[in-house]
Design a protein around this ligand. Structure first.
Ligand SMILES: *[C@@H]1O[C@H](CO)[C@@H](O)[C@H](O)[C@H]1NC(C)=O
Ligand SMILES: *[C@@H]1O[C@H](CO)[C@@H](O)[C@H](O)[C@H]1NC(C)=O
Ligand SMILES: *[C@@H]1O[C@H](CO)[C@@H](O)[C@H](O)[C@H]1NC(C)=O
Ligand SMILES: *[C@@H]1O[C@H](CO)[C@@H](O)[C@H](O)[C@H]1NC(C)=O
Ligand SMILES: *[C@@H]1O[C@H](CO)[C@@H](O)[C@H](O)[C@H]1NC(C)=O
Ligand SMILES: *[C@@H]1O[C@H](CO)[C@@H](O)[C@H](O)[C@H]1NC(C)=O
Length: 440
């Protein structure tokens, strides 16, 4: 066992949860910023705190400089602390001097921990902290009481990291492939927690979606469908060239999840593209990542061109004619010309082909087309954007394309389980049974 684990375990009391229970997060979408947000329960006395849900984040942070009042937080002294040295390989094993900031959780000679804003690509060093963190439990079908996540380490960050995030949030919850992400810390805290989590973002404006943590299933959605039983699997790829320390649009972040798309078919017609670019090259360029901070899927220019051309050709073969586009989209069809089916507007299907030609993620109209209604237009627009020639990844699968799809991240097995559109199965991500107010 590493010194880090020993250090953390040294103040882990026994866990209160039954072995099979996991935790859930309720996930909402802020339609102003198109960001996904979630609720966590922090501090003593317990406070409901809204944070951005960041699938590619490596460490959770909370704005501590505005109003951090809690009787249970612990800082980590630098001197002689292996914990400090073990902090993420971001070069931030520093000692902070917080004499300028009386009243915040801080002390001299305390470990710092980098906090990064996933939308604005900026960040600052905060203070490493643990405090009470509770989340609602679940048996896979209903919401149970809140229960403790012991000794969860996060960064207590200056307020200057917040700009760009939804006004409702005061931090960011990290769910990336990193040793400090929420699910890794939960799974490390007890061998009874399976190292799996699943995300189901809601496409409904009124009902939230859900994430399951430390749970490999069941994931039961009304009218009683267990989605853990019908997933298709593909390897999760890491891109270690992601981004040391401060990342940027051009660099990316190393905790992000990549999958191995090998080709794209639209209505079973291959999209002409430069296949080598779909793989990740020796300096981390290329590949397909999944990101909840991209509103829509973004394609590197060379792929975007062939992709949109094929889509338009296949649409015209279905008698769909383009109309005036509405920004930020470039290809739109009059709403009255498009038939609507249980899986959304009837348009060509888009298949992201994975490790073999029989394994693909099929995208239907409900995830490929965005309805835009303005004073002058009522259109369905292709919700894939041009990432330009400088986009580092070949494909970034954005939030809109994963709504009403369940994605299960097997972190031990390095495997992504995906459902494709739940509308096909007669359910949605809004169909998990939350109770209104979780009880402590
Ligand atoms: C959690 O466990 C993994 C795998 O056992 C290990 O690599 C990692 O360092 C641990 N993380 C922490 C924070 O101890
Ligand atoms: C996402 O949408 C919001 C609201 O329209 C916009 O402000 C933001 O720039 C978009 N983000 C990206 C990465 O395109
Ligand atoms: C911590 O280490 C620094 C540098 O070695 C030293 O100056 C300081 O006095 C130490 N502080 C404590 C509290 O031991
Ligand atoms: C931290 O160090 C500064 C300068 O070294 C000192 O003025 C301040 O009192 C110290 N703060 C605490 C909380 O010990
Ligand atoms: C979960 O708990 C609820 C309420 O106690 C129960 O009705 C349901 O059958 C349980 N589901 C599973 C999958 O154990
Ligand atoms: C789209 O259709 C045009 C006209 O039929 C054809 O020239 C072009 O090669 C097609 N492009 C793709 C990518 O299918």
């Amino acid at each position: 066992m590493s010194p880090t684990i020993l250090f953390l375990l040294s103040f882990v009391p026994s866990l209160a949860l039954p072995a099979q229970a996991g935790f859930i997060l309720l996930i909402q979408k802020d339609y102003k910023t198109l960001q996904y947000t979630t609720l966590i329960y922090l501090k003593t006395p317990l406070q409901q705190t809204q944070v951005v849900f960041d699938l590619g984040g490596d460490i959770t942070w909370i704005d501590c400089y505005k109003n951090y009042k809690s009787s249970t937080y612990h800082l980590f002294p630098c001197n002689g602390s292996q914990f400090c040295d073990s902090l993420p390989n971001t070069g931030v094993s520093i000692c902070t001097d917080c004499s300028d900031n009386p009243g915040i959780p801080c002390a001299n000679n305390t470990c710092g921990l980098f906090a990064e804003n996933p939308v604005a690509y900026q960040g600052e060093i905060g203070v490493a902290l643990t405090d009470v963190l509770k989340l609602p439990t679940t048996n896979g079908s209903t919401q149970g009481p809140l229960s403790d996540i012991k000794n969860h380490v996060f960064s207590c960050a200056p307020s200057s990291v917040l700009p760009g995030l939804s006004k409702s949030v005061s931090g960011s919850l990290a769910l990336g492939q990193s040793i400090w992400s929420l699910q890794t810390q939960i799974s490390n805290s007890s061998s009874s927690y399976p190292n799996y989590f699943a995300v189901c973002l809601s496409g409904s404006r009124t009902s939230p979606g859900v994430a399951f943590l430390a749970a490999s299933g069941p994931y039961i959605f009304l009218p009683g469908i267990d989605l853990s039983r019908s997933l298709t699997y593909t390897p999760i790829i890491s891109n270690v060239y992601g981004g040391p320390f401060i990342s940027s649009v051009a660099v990316g972040r190393e905790a992000e999840y990549f999958i191995g798309v090998t080709s794209i078919n639209i209505n079973n017609k291959p999209v002409p593209l430069y296949k080598q670019f779909l793989a990740i090259n020796g300096i981390g360029i290329g590949g397909t990542k999944i990101s909840t901070v991209y509103n829509y899927t973004s394609l590197q220019r060379s792929i975007y061109t062939g992709f949109t051309e094929t889509f338009v050709n296949q649409s015209s073969a279905m008698n769909l004619a383009l109309t005036k586009p509405v920004k930020p989209f470039s290809f739109c069809y009059g709403a009255k010309d498009v038939q609507v089916t249980p899986t959304g507007p009837k348009v060509p299907t888009i298949d992201l082909v994975l490790q073999s030609k029989d394994v693909y993620w099929r995208i239907y109209g409900s995830n490929s087309m965005v309805r835009v209604t303005t004073k002058n237009a009522d259109v369905w627009c292709l919700g894939f954007l041009d990432g330009g020639v400088n986009q580092r990844q070949a494909i970034v699968i954005g939030g809109y394309q994963i709504e009403d799809n369940l994605l299960q991240f097997g972190l031990g097995s390095k495997r992504l389980g995906f459902s494709s559109s739940l509308l096909q199965k007669g359910t949605t991500c809004a169909n998990f049974k939350f109770t209104k107010n979780p009880t402590p």
